[in-house]
Design a protein around this ligand. Structure first.
Ligand code: C5P
Length: 317
């Protein structure tokens, strides 16, 4: 009798114990998930916020400034006096437009962008030394592929690859982009910023110092706008005031040093026989011109290569 009475009670204890165990498992599993998720999220945020921890010599760290503003956004668009006066002097065509007023219309239109980190990057310049290089698969193997101005891929895939994640453009070099590519816009003057706004709204600016397209096919939500402070920083720290301002190619190399863990540089410099031209046309691209000091830029890239801050592929040996 007593035994029979005890049995259901034992069952009840067993069921209670089992339920407790299941509840504890569920609780701990959720806490574990929460913990690992939190860790994952904070790790991600830390990655986006900080520049890659670069190694380098004294020469490198005398130039590299990890905290410089890379991209213009709604909270950092005010320019210091120093940056403003240097950047305003770049304009060939005098404009009455006021920078602060123009920029006010920029960020309701384009979402603020974080300069997303890339693990490996290919920066692809437009030098004729790419022809016959067969760098295509190597370039495409990188997480981010940054192309500059009108450098095409179609018809040149073997040598230059076919992926593009970032396209560096300004009004005089625009081309249409697919929906997944970041338009990295380099504003060299106030009119460039006005053009960018117009290209995505009224489409009524079709002239700068030359005729330019009045619009562009590109994903508005992927537009990144280079900060004038960054241009001035490259001019001061990296080309050390040589030339009037750095070329779009050199700016892209330094930009990549700030957002990529590993930088691979293709399509910069002369061909094996000393010619400076594009891989896609016969336009001669003199090493230095009235605006840029291409020789200093080239020497600096070579030095960065020697000091193992990036890898430079010349296309010839
Ligand atoms: O000619 P373009 O300005 O479109 O080329 C993009 C960049 O590629 C240049 O700013 C320059 O840095 C690089 N380039 C080069 N050698 C060439 C042509 C272009 O280093 N022959």
């Amino acid at each position: 009798m007593v035994l029979n009475k005890l049995k259901p009670r034992r069952h009840r204890y067993a069921i209670l114990l089992l339920s407790c165990t299941i509840l504890m498992c569920v609780y701990f599993e959720n806490s574990w998930k929460l913990l690992t998720q939190k860790y994952h999220v904070s790790e991600h945020i830390a990655c986006v916020a900080c520049a890659p921890k670069r190694k380098g010599t004294e020469w490198f760290f005398a130039r590299y400034a990890p905290t410089v503003h890379l991209l213009l956004n709604s909270s950092n668009s005010m320019l210091s006096k120093d940056v403003s006066s240097w950047w305003t002097r770049l304009q060939k065509v005098k404009r009455n437009a006021n920078y602060t007023t123009v920029v006010r219309n920029l960020f309701p239109l384009f979402p603020d962008q974080d300069p997303n980190r890339c693990r490996t990057c290919a920066v692809v310049g437009n030098s004729g030394n790419l022809l016959g290089s067969r760098y295509g698969p190597l370039i495409d193997s990188k997480d981010c592929v940054m192309r500059i101005n009108k450098g095409p891929t179609e018809g040149f895939e073997e040598d230059v690859g076919s992926n593009t994640t970032h396209r560096i453009l300004y009004p005089e070099s625009v081309m249409d982009l697919d929906n997944s590519t970041h338009l990295v816009f380099f504003p060299f003057k106030i009119l460039d910023i006005e053009w960018l706004i117009s290209a995505f709204t009224t489409k009524d600016i079709n002239e700068t110092y030359m005729n330019v397209p009045s619009t562009i096919n590109a994903n508005k939500d992927k537009v990144m706008i280079l900060h004038p402070e960054f241009m001035k920083y490259v001019h001061k720290n990296w080309t050390q005031f040589h030339g009037r301002y750095p070329s779009s190619g050199f700016l892209t190399v330094i930009f990549a040093l700030h957002i990529c863990d590993e930088v691979h540089v293709f399509g910069f410099g002369a061909t094996k026989d000393g010619n400076w031209h594009h891989y896609f046309d016969k336009t001669l691209t003199p090493v230095a011109n009235e605006s840029h000091s291409g020789d200093i830029e080239y020497e600096t890239i070579i030095r960065l290569h020697r000091e193992k801050n990036l890898l430079m592929y010349k296309g010839w040996t």
